[in-house]
Design a protein around this ligand. Structure first.
Ligand SMILES: NC(=O)c1ccc[n+]([C@@H]2O[C@H](COP(=O)([O-])OP(=O)(O)OC[C@H]3O[C@@H](n4cnc5c(N)ncnc54)[C@H](OP(=O)(O)O)[C@@H]3O)[C@@H](O)[C@H]2O)c1
Length: 255
């Protein structure tokens, strides 16, 4: 009974921006739990390598390359997934980028690129995937938020604006699509070592500050996100809608 509650067996799950890092780790978690996995990213070679690495561990995985900020590419990509693999039961809006500079040094192009991928991308992909979920009266959407959905940090104001926006988009999706039995929630990771956070974990000062500042006294391990991902993807969260679940070693709880 408890096992069924958290089951994602035989579901199909799309993870945007999952050819490496956090999205790939989440996809491996659901794949090991029996879901069919759709990986995505812009670079087709990196995507192929990620698909192969999953298949080598007996996970049913497929790769579809498209840019989440390009509406035409998103529509085509989701159409191909649905015709070649099948209906998408679970969507993780994970694709994200971070540009680091003081706010007054940001060009409009860098600002727009950040908002286009991190916020508009989630809108475009969700809108497209939701068409099928609405017809089927079932779906799970998980938006990958951040500590910056709640707090800013020096040099990343546009990223914080995008992740704060994503938190409210999560609530908007929950509000409009709850009646169709679609649950939309956010998963808010603390600090995990990926390409995106390389400038941070390679900086001894930041590393020491983070470990002092976080109640758990360490960075997160990517596998530590999987429990929350399974909860938000499964029947266990059928009456949970519009929430952000932070997996942060207690960081947000303490100043
Ligand atoms: N790492 C952390 O500690 C942390 C903490 C909180 C939140 N997050 C969030 O977690 C998500 C993943 O971050 P990460 O740390 O795993 O970053 P990452 O290692 O840089 O991976 C980003 C992934 O997104 C893909 N991507 C980037 N732009 C894309 C686009 N326009 N369309 C489709 N795919 C795109 C990249 O592949 P291509 O370049 O080939 O497209 C890559 O697979 C982001 O939303 C990030 O904000 C991360």
């Amino acid at each position: 009974m408890t096992t069924d509650l958290f089951s994602v067996q035989d579901k199909t799950a799309l993870f945007t921006g999952s050819s490496q890092g956090l999205g790939l780790a989440l996809a491996q978690g659901l794949g090991r739990a029996g879901s069919t996995i759709i990986l995505n990213g812009r670079d087709p070679d990196r995507l192929d390598r990620a698909v192969e690495s999953m298949r080598s561990t007996e996970i049913a995985a497929h790769g579809f390359a498209f840019d989440v900020s390009d509406e035409t590419a998103v529509t085509e990509g989701i159409g191909l997934i649905e015709s070649q693999v099948g209906p998408i039961d679970i969507l993780f809006n994970n694709a994200g980028i971070m540009v680091r500079k003081e706010l007054h040094a940001f060009s409009l192009a860098d600002w727009q690129a950040t908002l286009d991928v991190n916020l508009t991308g989630a809108f475009l992909v969700s809108k497209c995937v939701a068409q099928g979920m609405i017809k089927r009266r079932a779906g799970k959407i998980i938006n990958i938020c951040s500590m910056q959905s709640e707090m800013s940090r020096p040099m990343i104001a546009p990223y914080a604006a995008s992740k704060g926006g994503l938190k409210m988009l999560t609530r908007g999706m929950a509000t409009d699509w709850g009646k169709y039995n679609i649950q939309t929630n956010g998963l808010g990771p603390g600090y995990f070592k990926t390409e995106l956070t390389k400038p941070l974990y390679e900086d001894p000062e930041f590393d020491a500050w983070l470990c002092r500042r976080t109640p758990a006294k360490r960075w997160g391990e990517l596998d530590e996100l999987i429990g929350a991902a399974l909860f938000l993807s499964s029947k266990a969260s059928d009456y949970v809608n519009g929430q952000i679940l932070y997996v942060d070693g207690g960081l947000l709880a303490c100043l």
